[in-house]
Design a protein around this ligand. Sequence first.
Ligand code: DP6
Length: 358
Amino acid sequence: MSYPFEIFDQSSSVINEGKVGWRCPSNIAIVKYWGKHGRQLPKNASLSFTLTNAHTDTYISYSENNKGRLSLSFLFEGKPNNAFEEKIKKFLESVTAFYPVLNRLNLEISSSNSFPHSSGIASSASAMAAIAMCICEIDQNTSGNENSEIDLKKASYLARLGSGSASRSVIPLLGAWGVHDKIINSSDLFAVDIDEVHDVFKTFHDDILIVSAAEKSVSSTAGHALMDGNVYSEARYQQANDRITQLKEILQAGDIDSFGKLAEDEAMTLHALMMCSDPSYVLLEPGTLDMIKEIRAFRQRTGTPIYFTLDAGPNIHLLYPDHVSAAAEKFVNQTLLPFTANGRVIKDKVGNGPQKLV
Ligand code: DP6
């Protein structure tokens, strides 16, 4: 596999113990990644807002273990979690070619989310991004590069191997992943930032209205696999790339209405693809559709630029620019809250990406 970054060789260095910690946000895709091939390579380019409040905090204490292979323990929200531990261990063992120091380390990992796990909020995105940032820092610290900045492209590459959408969570503001002729330096291997974005999009809100916090019936990984047999898949990949071209111009121009239309069309396309997969499945809930109707009616009635998108789950992501936040708050409280699970909303905003905790 092509690996365009430096691989540090710590084989002759003494490993001092240490601790690192990173907070990484989730992200919400406007043009969705849906379909993959090879080792976590996307079938089309995707573009997302990096968020702020929906995040994962991950701390890793590391020390030399003299076993000749990686050992680790994993606490999720303060408690041992075997399923997650196995997943992380398998993931880290799969990247020792790029991070050879891992074979000499014992890692004590502890992680917590600011939002419910597997609720359609991309918990894998923030979780894998936070682990990737931690591993990149450990790799640097153990190779005498502790004072250099972490290369976000390198961290994005590692995060992608854990979960595709995680590649975009390390990029401040807006991240794009996947080769696209309108995005400078774009790559299937890591996400990059978007230049020339109108300031209005840097103020965008994303109120995540939780319809259900239950575990998804079909995981994203299984959903991607079903795209391989979907009769619409090739047309879809072309459509996604065309939408990135349009979105790039919309972002530059600050055209909020066109942005909203494109975001909603993408959300509907994603779920339509699920419904016409074989086997077919539906992740939308009645409350999701009720809210979609209310959002469209409110917009038509008042002209307020408030739009929605959806992730691979039933929860509504309400997107709007900061200058209508008072009207949005009133609308959410009066009209949308009754459709949520116990009034659960995560009020989020476009944000600046990874934050160092230790
Ligand atoms: C609908 O990144 O969760 O959220 O690579 O298998 O971990 P894996 O899938 P994942 O898929 C996310 C799909 C999506 C759209 C998106 O975020 O682009």
